[in-house]
Structure formats: structure tokens, C-alpha cells
Write a protein that binds this ligand. Structure first.
Ligand code: UDP
Length: 238
């Protein structure tokens, strides 16, 4: 499988057409952005880690009955995925307070919730990805009622599987963002990526941050944190 026309270049990935209209190739970059593109930088080796990690986690999720766009890893940065039309919602699951949740509601980070929460943002950079509820998503025609129900069911199932997996690596899954897509027949599948760019991952013992917050908050040791979380995943999947 080879890359043909570049369809799109995002903040962290490029997307190419292939000779098969139902398949695309995504290519992971080392570019990092935060705060809706306001902060820019490079995390050396991030693209390789995010590609491998996302693929392995999606494969694990497939084994648990969660449909994903993952098809085949081509190289250290390139992966074949199923072409979908992306549902323009950022789906965020939280197990523990952090980030924008703590800021918005004026609470400390690290409060363990009795049960996981879900929230949606409208995927729209110009508007700064505003928070919205199910009814707003329906009113805007972003998804149908059935699609929203399916997305919620899948997102919580992903949380159960990822939480258990990371716990086995001595890592606490604090929160994460998912994106879903529609296949031509209307089926909803998991798309985009699952990586330290899109998840908050804390060492279970020390609470050390092993994710993109090290970049967002200028904590230093960014590359080391990505390497450490990849090392733990490799160890668990050996
Ligand atoms: N997240 C993401 N992309 C975004 C916004 C959030 O991948 O555009 C992830 C982020 O890494 C974290 C979770 O979603 O794991 C919740 O992020 P939050 O809403 O707290 O926003 P942030 O504090 O990152 O702005």
C-alpha cells in the first residue's frame, strides 16, 4: 500500500489517499501543539511512539469487540486506516479531575470520581472546540440520537478496557479524548488516535505525569515521559 494524494495535514498527523478508496494512510509527526495551536513545539520521537501505541491499543480494543479504524501498521510512522467520515465531536471521558474540568468547575486535580464522566466538545478550531450537550449536538445536526447513544456506549467500553490495561502497567488513566467516524454503511467506529497526546496518564505510585501535560505546562522531561510510557506498554504487551 502506497501514499497517493495528501488529503489533509493536521496538527500531529498527515493523511493520504491510497489506491483503495476505502483506505487512507496516516503519518504521525513530531509536531506538538497545545491551547488550540497557540503553543507550538516538537517532541522528538513522538510520532513513532504515538503511531505504535495507538495501533497496539486499537488492536487490543478490537479484541474486546470495539470496532476501530486500524488496519495495518506500515512503518514506524505510517498506518493504514479505514476511511470514515468523522463525527465532529471530541468525546472526553474522565475518571479523575484534571485540566479543563478542574479549571471550569474550580476544583483541584486528582479527585477520583465515583463513576466516569463523559462530555462532548464541538470539533471546531475557529470556535475553540466549545463544550456542548447531547441536545446541542442533535440541534446542530452533528449526530443522530442513535449515533450519540452508540458513541457513549463505545466510549465507556473503551474506558473500561484502557483503564484495566494501564493499571497493569502501573499507570492511572485520568482522562482521554476519542473521535468516532461513520463507515459508508453508517456503522460507528473508533478513529483518530489513543496516545499520550490524547490521554492523561499518571504513574500510579508517584502520580508523575507521563503525557502531553509535560509539554503543555513546561514541566520538562517530555521526551523521557513519552519513552517511559511506551516502555511500560511494550513490557505489558511482550
Ligand atoms: N484532549 C485532546 N485534544 C483536545 C482537548 C483535550 O486530546 O483538543 C485530551 C487531553 O489530552 C486530556 C483530555 O482530552 O487527556 C481532557 O482534556 P481537557 O478537557 O482537560 O482539556 P485540556 O486541559 O487538555 O485543555
Amino acid at each position: 500500500m502506497e501514499k497517493r494524494k495528501q488529503l489533509y495535514e493536521g496538527k500531529a498527523k498527515k493523511v493520504y489517499e491510497t489506491d483503495d478508496p476505502s483506505l487512507l494512510i496516516v503519518s504521525y509527526k513530531d509536531d506538538a501543539t497545545a491551547f488550540n495551536g497557540l503553543k507550538k513545539g516538537t517532541i522528538v520521537g513522538k510520532g513513532v511512539i504515538n503511531n505504535r501505541m495507538s495501533n497496539r491499543l486499537m488492536k487490543m480494543l478490537e479484541g474486546k469487540g470495539i470496532p476501530t479504524h486500524f488496519v495495518e501498521e506500515l512503518s514506524e510512522r505510517d498506518t493504514v486506516v479505514r476511511r470514515v467520515s468523522i463525527v465532529p465531536l471530541e468525546v472526553i471521558i474522565r475518571n479523575i479531575s484534571a485540566g479543563s474540568f478542574s479549571k471550569r468547575y474550580g476544583v483541584e486535580e486528582g479527585i477520583v470520581f465515583k463513576k466516569p464522566t463523559i462530555e462532548f466538545s464541538y470539533k471546531n478550531d475557529e470556535l475553540g472546540d466549545p463544550l456542548l450537550n447531547d441536545d446541542h449536538a442533535l440541534a446542530l445536526g452533528l449526530a443522530t440520537e442513535e449515533e450519540i447513544a452508540e458513541i457513549k456506549r463505545l466510549a465507556f467500553a473503551v474506558n473500561d478496557a484502557l483503564r484495566e490495561f494501564w493499571a497493569g502497567c502501573g499507570v492511572t488513566l485520568v482522562d482521554f479524548k476519542l473521535e468516532f467516524g461513520r463507515l459508508p454503511d453508517g456503522k460507528i467506529i473508533l478513529a483518530d488516535e489513543i496516545s499520550p497526546d490524547t490521554c492523561r496518564l499518571w504513574d500510579s505510585e508517584t502520580k508523575e505525569k507521563l503525557d502531553k501535560d509535560r509539554f503543555r505546562r513546561d514541566l520538562g522531561g517530555v521526551e523521557d515521559a513519552y519513552a517511559e510510557i511506551m516502555r511500560r506498554l511494550n513490557e505489558a504487551m511482550k
